[in-house]
Design a protein around this ligand. Structure first.
Ligand SMILES: [Zn+2]
Length: 443
């Protein structure tokens, strides 16, 4: 059966490369993935999958940062003008661009037994807000599939993830009679800002899942033929903005009447960078943006900072955020100002399940395309996949985050990022084999 999988994957590879290039040409940043999601939904519906989308797949009130309705309406019109199915686009409302698709595989189930396990795979779809390189040696330019959306670019490989998910859907459909259980393909929006997974988890995307696989091209798997079977040490992270409000006054005539919000924000920033380290493990803090003031002769009444915390566990990240909150309030009080903190995104920490890492390693060693297989790597970055992973693990299931190696001319999130498209073939084959391993009907 595994030979069948390889032949099928190779058969559809040219189509999947063409699809990836089409997605690359039309990149859509977080919550604007109307065209991408509608292409995926159309494909899955045509293949006979049961599709859950729109408000059923993304719990609107669980989103931390919500796009404004006028922007969403403009993006919907743009997607339809670029060939998206208008009916499917309408179902996604204002930024409800996630979906999942179920394939129920009857297989030969023995009398009275449950219909088999539920295995889910997650693919993220969003692009980065970045201007793509126009250098002639950049492959998307040379081959004519560079971004047509100024200021948006697939600089992290999510075009490849979505294309792989759609290819996998076709392969699994042909394996269906030999599988027992249910396969769920999750197409997630807004990964880059860590926003898309939590509201999909809240809508039930991974409820009852026994095995969950996430896969990312590149990152720590730097070359084609590399494979990391499961990442550990995901950092928990929170991003936030804080507004400081004071009172304006003439800096020459009556400075004593002013309440200086700029100084409150400075005091807060410096003290946040001096938060005491936590004895249980690593933490991070960064204030990355600062804005304040109007003119040289006015005491500044407003200031705003944007920042993030991270921690090697969710508890350490919470400690950092508790300190950030305390210091912003204390700094504001010290300067006679007020402060308001708003969380813009939140991801827990996490680690892949060792048992499922073993499964990936066993299945990968049986394939001929991986030259360097690493069991685990410490990730030391953040990914909102942890929302889905933790939920599955808390309910007794297993989850792993795979990194699929690819040669690349430049790093992730840079203007010259690109990847080796042969990785799409090995990725689809690996995922199909993992589904087969998870749902193989007993003989
Ligand atoms: Zn990414």
């Amino acid at each position: 059966m595994t030979d069948d999988i390889k032949a099928q994957v190779l058969g559809i590879a040219p189509l999947i490369v063409a699809l990836r290039r089409d997605l690359h040409k039309h990149p859509e940043p977080g919550w604007k993935e109307y065209r991408t999601a509608s292409l995926a939904a159309r494909h899955l519906l045509d293949l006979g999958y049961k599709v859950t989308m729109g408000a059923d797949a993304v719990r609107a009130e669980a989103r931390l940062t919500v796009p404004d309705p006028a922007t969403c309406a403009r993006e919907r019109r743009r997607a339809v003008a670029e060939g998206a199915d208008p009916e499917l686009v309408a179902r996604m409302g204002d930024g409800l661009t996630g979906l999942w698709a179920d394939l129920v595989c009857p297989g030969p189930a023995p009398e009275g037994e449950r219909p088999g396990p539920l295995v889910a795979l997650r693919f993220d779809m969003d692009a980065n807000e970045l201007l793509e390189s126009d250098l002639p040696e950049h492959v998307p330019v040379r081959e004519g599939f560079a971004s047509r959306h100024a200021g948006a670019m697939h600089a992290c490989g999510h075009d490849g993830h979505t294309a792989m998910g759609m290819g996998l859907a076709a392969v699994l459909q042909t394996l269906r009679p030999r599988l027992r259980g249910t396969v769920r393909l999750i197409f997630q929006p807004a990964e880059e800002d860590g926003l898309g997974a939590a509201p999909m988890a809240a809508a039930g995307a991974v409820d009852g899942v026994d095995r969950l696989f996430g896969l990312h091209l590149g990152i720590q798997a730097a070359h084609t033929g590399d494979l990391i079977c499961g990442a550990t040490d995901f950092l928990a992270t929170t991003t936030f903005n804080i507004q400081f409000t004071g009172r304006a006054a003439h800096a020459g005539i009556a400075p004593q009447e002013g309440r200086n919000a700029l100084l409150a924000a400075c005091t807060a920033t410096q003290n946040m960078h001096a938060i005491s380290r936590h004895g249980d493990g690593a933490s991070r803090i960064n204030i990355g943006q600062f804005a304040a003031g109007d003119a040289s002769n006015i005491i500044p009444a407003h200031a705003a900072i944007i920042g993030e915390t991270r921690g090697v566990t969710s508890a350490i990240n919470k400690y950092m955020m508790d300190e950030v909150t305390r210091m912003s309030e204390a700094a504001a009080r010290m300067w006679g100002c007020r402060s308001r903190l708003h969380r813009t995104s939140d991801c827990p920490g996490g680690a892949s399940s060792p048992e499922l890492v073993d499964v990936v390693e066993r299945v990968a060693r049986d394939m001929d395309c991986f030259r360097h297989i690493m069991r685990t790597r410490s990730f030391r970055a953040s990914e909102d996949f942890t929302w889905l992973m933790n939920r599955v693990q808390e309910h007794g299931g297993q989850a792993t985050y795979i990194q699929l190696g690819t040669d690349r001319p430049a790093g992730h999130h840079t203007r010259r990022f690109d990847f080796d498209e042969t990785a799409l073939t090995s990725g689809m084959e690996l995922l199909a084999r993992l589904v087969l391993d998870s749902l193989k009907a007993r003989d």
